[in-house]
Design a protein around this ligand. Structure first.
Ligand SMILES: [Zn+2]
Length: 168
């Protein structure tokens, strides 16, 4: 029995409440299982969070489109970009993985694939904030904040794009 077979079996006894959600916060985070308990990590009910998950996470054009729908259509009012330590996407580069897969499969036709590998979660977060903040369809009054989740401690560390205590 595959894992998906077990999922299908378990789902047959799963009953939902069917209450329509009214999400308040959009969260972009990694596909890493340690980021799955967002209600626990963020202390919010599941129904309050629109979750957009990608590897990394990477803020792609698709993610930007989803954030815009989350804000403009579904009603979220804030955006939280949630990176983490120990991410699998920091363990390779796109070039390396393209080369490795081309060699191991003997088929280089999909290359170069964009895997959105990165080196530093803080830097990744800064770039994401900039990317989201500068999009003309994300309203200027929507707070966009970025954090790194420490997988060792479970604590969030905010990444600031500008020094909060700039001397006047
Ligand atoms: Zn990750």
């Amino acid at each position: 029995m595959t894992i998906i077979d077990r999922v299908v079996e378990a789902n047959s006894i799963y009953a939902t409440l069917g209450k329509p959600p009214q999400p308040k916060l959009a969260v972009v985070t990694c596909m890493d299982p340690r980021l799955s308990d967002l209600p626990g990590i963020l202390g919010l009910p599941e129904a309050d969070i629109d979750v957009i998950r990608t590897g990394g996470p990477a803020v792609t054009e698709d993610v930007l489109a989803e954030l815009i729908v989350s804000n403009r259509v579904l009603g979220t009012t804030e955006i939280l970009l949630l990176n983490h330590t120990g991410c699998g996407f920091t363990t390779f580069t796109d070039d390396e993985l393209n080369a490795r897969l081309s060699a191991s499969t003997g088929d280089a036709s999909p290359a170069p694939m964009r895997f959105f590998s990165y080196r530093d979660p803080e830097q990744n977060t800064l770039e994401q904030i900039e990317k989201v903040r500068s999009h003309p369809w994300i309203a200027k009054d929507v707070p966009v904040r970025g954090f790194v989740f420490d997988v060792e401690t479970g604590l969030l560390h905010e990444v600031q794009s500008v020094p909060s205590h700039t001397a006047a």
